[in-house]
Design a protein around this ligand. Structure first.
Ligand code: ADP
Ligand code: MG
Length: 732
């Protein structure tokens, strides 16, 4: 009898060697194996007769191999196989498929799945997937009766080990595991929830996703929406949401600082406002202030597209803390950004007379020490620096608020990653404070209360996704741009028209608008045809714009040089800034109205959007010119189209998510993303909402619908689930 936790190698037919291959797919236990779902299904219960096929449809055909062979055309070798049912025949083609040469023998039964095409009146399947069902001399009738391959709806699995473990192999092994698994699979979802959503018991759900009933809807199967699929997907999301919900409650239960929002504080906020806040800013501040007044620590995410005015909101929150006699730390991902925050803080908070300090790595040691002393003694009221610096070495006299500017560098992923690194993978709750002032917190004087934390992000995470990935944070969204902005006009041109583009830039500069010209890499290397920023800088400054003030900015420059360049650009003393993507993060120069991005086809969608956000910050009409060089892939084409079409960060994020999946979207491919067994963040967003709602309901119990024993059982199962998903647990 197999238990869910039994290692896969003990399933009949696996053994240690194949278990190793399965491990590379993340399949370690019987439970993993049973959650390795088919990615599609074939209806071999009602396979199609060749005679009834229609061009354009996807079809499963079971037929007998008649002839096969490789022939060469001028362009490529093509493998052709003809399959027949009685007197009807169907031609199948595979391009460049020399490897199929000896694959088929006349008389074999094969299942073929692919798109039916019309080739001058004759139907054919091009590049169909196939499975050989029987050997030529086999008794097909007899075999069919006991076969897992025909006469039913058949699950198709992704193969493993470079094709060694085929779909067919998985079919048999998973079937075996299903037969041998203990009948007593634990049910962690409370009865009330199961009833409300009409969820099947776990064992039945597992059987049905692998071996659907005859009457199952093919459409529901292919879209993962049979009741069995819904049960498994919901289950996974439910336990994750349960964990997040619990974590959030624990945070709320800690002692925080109850800031007072007196008339004096309100007046102090009013005094500094240089302009009327947008409706969204007002709403966000209200939410933040309400959190800050409560005696629990605030854990809030302030999400807003580039330029939506997050910084202003953060400063307002800072005023509340400072007016209450506390210190505020503002952490930025880079020195340039820290510097920029420092300048705007000085400007905006000037009338308040607060003591503001900037702590960056490039300061002299003596100066650093002095600043730290000010912080430790409580003289410095607003401390601005890079994450690295503030997290590691700073003691605060009385820290009340930590503002973390993540921009999009420190996405959610890094949060998960950091958790693992710093805490040896053992403690989610503490770890989630890593970036949010964990070390600072341990130095809080006096009452030992936790400081409030406000995380700012420019990543336009679709809301449902934010709910899961930042599930332990409350969310405020700035979904409205400050007034007076004219939308950015985005155009695409091939780089054969660069002369025109430079002329346009020249006109804009003459009209007083500064310009960014962005390149994907720093130095040209031999393999790539990319124009490197350095080389183009030479060319642009000497040949194209010899009479204009052109400067270059890239990641490998010394920090102070970078800062100097940024400052000169900010002051308008540089007219054209040639740069790599270092400018993408948070830079704010309202007078810059033009951005030319060369080799735009090489950038990701989210990145292009972030880059573009550097312009359109002032009153002048802004232009983003996407230059492409050479061949542009279909996917790049779609990205560029999307940018030309819309400025809406959320729309772009959604599209990016669809095109690339969440791993890519957050920058680092897959790394650290909570890896779901069966759920997909893209496909299953509806179930995610549902799971969140039900998890909150369970945590809020017990009540007439749900008993304490059920809650305990759910929490126990949640812990096992988290251990697996994140490799780190201890929630509650
Ligand atoms: P974000 O950090 O969200 O990218 P910023 O806080 O840097 O955006 O604000 C972008 C620009 O808009 C800044 O120049 C800022 O001074 C300005 N700004 C912010 N709020 C307002 C407002 N309510 N009205 C007019 N301008 C604003
Ligand atoms: Mg900003």
């Amino acid at each position: 009898m197999l238990e869910p936790s039994t290692p896969v190698q003990f399933v009949k037919g696996i053994g240690p060697r194949l278990a190793e291959i399965l491990a590379t797919k993340g399949l370690h236990t019987v439970d993993d194996l049973l959650h390795y779902l088919p990615f599609r299904y074939e209806d071999r219960l009602n396979p199609r007769g060749i005679a009834e096929l229609r061009a354009g449809e996807m079809a499963t055909v079971i037929a007998e191999v008649r002839t096969s062979g490789l022939f060469r055309t001028r362009r490529m070798p093509i493998f052709q196989m003809t399959a027949g049912q009685g007197r009807t025949r169907l031609k199948c083609l595979w391009f460049n498929a020399t490897y199929l040469k000896d694959k088929f023998q006349p008389g074999q039964m094969v299942a073929l799945y692919g798109k039916v095409q019309d080739d001058r009146g004759e139907l054919q399947l091009v590049q169909p997937q196939f499975e050989i069902l029987s050997e030529p001399d086999g008794d097909t009738e007899q075999k069919a009766a006991e076969s897992l391959e025909i006469g039913r709806i058949v699950p198709i699995y992704e193969s493993a080990g470079q094709g060694r473990l085929t779909s067919r192999w998985f079919r048999r092994i998973i079937r075996k595991a299903l037969e041998d698994i203990t009948p007593e699979l634990p049910e962690g979802i409370p009865a009330a929830v199961r009833k409300r959503l009409d969820l099947a018991p776990p064992r039945e759900a597992l059987w049905r996703v692998h071996w659907p009933d005859e009457g199952s809807s093919m459409q529901e199967l292919q879209s993962f929406r049979t009741p069995a699929h819904i049960r498994l997907i919901f289950e996974e999301l439910f336990f994750i949401e349960l964990g997040l919900e619990l974590k959030r409650r624990e945070q709320k239960a800690q002692t925080g600082i109850a800031f007072e929002l007196t008339d004096g504080v309100r007046a102090a906020i009013k005094k500094i406002l240089p302009f009327h806040p947008t409706g969204a800013q007002k709403r966000a501040l209200k939410e933040i202030a309400a959190d800050m007044e409560k005696p629990f620590p605030m854990r809030r995410l302030l999400q807003g597209d580039v330029g939506s005015g997050k910084t202003l909101v953060a400063f307002e929150a800072a005023i509340i803390a400072i007016e209450n006699g506390y210190q505020v730390a503002l952490m930025a991902p880079t020195e340039i950004l820290a510097q920029q925050h420092y300048f705007s803080a000085r400007r905006i908070l000037e009338p308040s007379g607060y003591k503001i300090v900037l702590l960056t790595g490039s300061l002299e040691d003596d100066r650093k020490r002095e600043i730290r002393r000010h912080i430790a003694q409580g003289n410095a009221q607003l401390v601005i620096g890079t994450h690295a610096l503030i997290e590691q070495k700073v003691e605060f006299a009385k820290l009340g608020l930590v503002v973390v500017d993540e921009q999009h560098r420190f996405g959610v992923l890094q949060r998960f990653k950091l958790m693992k690194k710093k805490n040896g993978g053992s403690d989610v709750r503490r770890a989630s404070l890593d970036q949010t002032g964990e070390d600072a917190r341990s130095h809080v004087a006096g009452d030992g209360a936790e400081p409030d934390v406000l995380v700012m992000t420019a990543t336009p995470i679709p809301r449902t996704l934010a709910l899961t990935l930042y599930g332990d944070l409350d969310i405020s969204v700035l979904d409205e741009m400050p007034p007076g902005r004219t939308p950015i006009i985005t155009r695409r041109v091939g780089d054969e028209r660069s002369d025109e583009v430079w002329q346009f830039v020249r006109k804009q500069v003459a009209a007083g608008h500064q310009t960014y010209i962005v390149y994907p890499v720093i130095e040209e290397n031999e393999e790539s045809e990319l124009k490197a920023a350095m080389k183009m800088y030479q060319e642009l400054s000497k040949k194209v714009f010899p009479d204009l003030r052109v400067a270059v900015l890239h990641g490998r420059m010394e920090a102070d040089l970078k800062e100097q360049v940024m400052r000169l650009f900010q002051q308008g003393k540089i007219q054209i800034l040639v740069s790599t993507t270092v400018i993408e993060v948070g830079v704010d120069v309202p007078n810059a109205a033009v951005m030319v991005i060369e080799h735009a086809e090489r950038f990701g969608l989210a990145q292009l959007h972030q880059l573009r956000g550097r312009i359109g910050r002032g009153a002048a009409k802004s232009y983003c010119i996407l230059m492409t060089g050479g061949k542009v892939s279909e996917e790049a084409e779609r990205r560029l189209d999307a940018l030309v079409r819309t400025n809406d960060g959320f729309q772009i994020a959604e599209l990016d998510l669809e095109m690339r999946g969440p791993g890519e979207f957050f920058g680092t491919k897959q790394a650290g993303l909570p890896s779901f067994q069966v759920a997909s963040l893209i496909r299953d967003r509806d179930l995610l909402e549902l799971a969140k709602k039900e998890a909150a309901f369970v945590i809020a119990g017990p009540n007439s619908e749900i008993s304490q024993a059920e809650i305990d059982r759910a929490l126990r199962q949640m812990r096992t689930r988290w251990q697996k998903t994140y490799g780190l647990v201890e929630v509650g």
